[in-house]
Design a protein around this ligand. Structure first.
Ligand code: SF4
Length: 151
């Protein structure tokens, strides 16, 4: 299961398949990470610095994070994509097609001016999360998305 949590200036990625429940996250920021709560990660509960430092101690790599740089990520179901906006300017997108094998991510692109900020990863996570919530299988012919799926 892949989930993307975003609040304020931080975006947090969580891949449950890598998590082996060492629970360093829970001890590092108990208000933020609470197994059994829904959602189990609540970024409103602690300062960004505390959350960031806690995530760096996750031993499995299940948790990772980036700063959002005031870039908003949206799932646009009507356009079969996730999209990145700086204000109202479209600066990136990740596109899917619905196939007999599931949702196929075939294209991921971010404006070069915004490269290296984790935006592509946020876009891919947003689509994977949407597919999982819809009960759809997710595949990727886009090599970047395939790499994220395989991580
Ligand atoms: S610290 Fe990482 S591996 Fe441990 S419970 Fe939290 S997310 Fe899972």
């Amino acid at each position: 299961m892949h989930r993307l949590y975003e609040y304020g200036d931080i975006a947090v990625f969580w891949n449950s398949e890598k998590c082996f429940h060492a629970k360093r996250c829970v001890s590092g920021s108990p208000e933020t990470f609470e197994f059994g709560r829904r959602p189990w990660i609540d970024l409103t509960k602690a300062p960004t610095k505390e959350i960031w430092q806690t995530i760096q101690k996750c031993p499995s790599g299940a948790l990772s994070c980036v700063y959002t740089h005031e870039v908003d990520i949206r799932f646009e179901a009507d356009k079969n994509r996730s999209a990145a906006y700086k204000g109202e300017e479209l600066i990136g997108e990740c596109d899917l097609e619905k196939t007999a094998d599931g949702w196929n991510i075939y294209h991921t692109e971010v404006s070069p001016a915004y490269g290296g900020k984790g935006i592509a990863k946020r876009l891919v996570y947003k689509l994977i999360e949407a597919a999982e919530r819809a009960g759809e299988n997710i595949i990727a012919s886009c090599s970047y998305a395939a790499k994220i799926l395989g991580e």
